[in-house]
Design a protein around this ligand. Structure first.
Ligand SMILES: [Zn+2]
Length: 291
């Protein structure tokens, strides 16, 4: 059991069917031809994209984003505040887009292992052996780490496809990466927040080009959540979704490492970390209401 693609998709469908004004659509397909869904909720012209589960073992981030959508919509419809934020004001000013599961193949491999009918079965088994997928698998079904595949100082860390950190044959080689970048380029976003696990940290910069207002926004997210603001080091510092967004648009990109412990974080931990991460996202959305 786990928060796999099937569970996430059924929650997306239910949300879109039940919630007034919510829309769902696909932004592309994974290597194994699963649709990568996006949910849109909010009337405003300022746009924010929140995404999760770039990494297979980090499916708690997808579960978080869907629960956030449900509770945010309940707050909007009920006319109540959510953790002290005026959600009706946010709904009027901000278009919230959520891609809960950027890497559906990776999540399913991490949770359910490899099905013998999977056409990548033999190749993937040869990369990691037969038993360890649910402890190690972060990549997509090509063995490419999506969050090192973006065009932002793209370079080679690992030489071969595998469970983690292989950046692919070239930048944006993977369909999951292109689904995000083409959608973002076409839609135009003021802000992007990528949720990962774990570490209880907020990242905002890439290559020193983020503006002072991004630091200020990260500081406000930090005060709201108790998560410190960090500057990345080593191989975490390039090829990521946030890195690409900051490089391409000059700022407004954030990575959140939710929770603490060893991946995969147990889903029941979501009860403990829901509020702090909700406050981060509500704080990010509030930034778009300042001007
Ligand atoms: Zn991650």
């Amino acid at each position: 059991m786990g928060y796999d693609y099937k569970k996430c998709t059924s929650e997306i469908r239910e949300f879109a069917a039940k919630i007034n004004g919510a829309q769902m659509f696909s932004v592309g397909e994974s290597v194994m031809e699963k649709k990568i869904y996006c949910v849109k909720y909010g009337k405003g012209g300022r746009k924010i994209l929140a995404n999760g589960a770039h990494h297979g073992l980090e499916y708690i981030t997808a579960a978080f984003l869907m629960r956030f959508l449900r509770e945010y919509a309940a707050s909007v419809e009920g006319g109540t505040e959510m953790f002290g934020y005026d959600t009706n004001a946010l709904y009027e000013k901000v278009g919230l887009y959520v891609i809960p599961m950027v890497n559906p193949d990776g999540v399913d491999i991490a949770i359910n292992g490899l099905d013998i009918t999977n056409k990548y079965h033999r190749r993937l088994i040869s990369l990691v052996g037969i038993h360890s997928f649910n402890r190690v698998w972060q990549a997509n079904a090509n063995g490419v780490d999506i969050n090192h595949n973006y065009d932002a100082h793209w370079s080679v860390v690992e030489r071969m496809p595998g469970p983690t950190k292989y950046s692919g044959p070239y930048a944006e080689s993977e369909p999951e990466t292109r689904a995000v970048t083409e959608f973002v380029r076409g839609e135009g976003f003021d802000m992007l927040v990528a949720f990962h696990s774990q570490g209880r940290e907020i990242y905002y910069d890439f290559d020193g080009i983020a503006a002072e207002r991004d630091r200020a926004a990260a500081d406000r997210m930090s005060r709201a959540s108790g998560y410190p603001v960090c500057v990345p080091a080593g191989s975490a510092a390039f090829g990521g979704c946030k890195d690409w967004f900051v490089k391409e648009f000059g700022g407004g990109g954030f990575t959140i490492e939710m929770g603490s412990g060893k991946n995969p974080l147990p889903e029941k931990m979501l009860d403990d970390i829901f509020e702090e991460n909700s406050k981060i996202l509500l704080s990010a959305m509030s930034e778009l209401c300042f001007d």
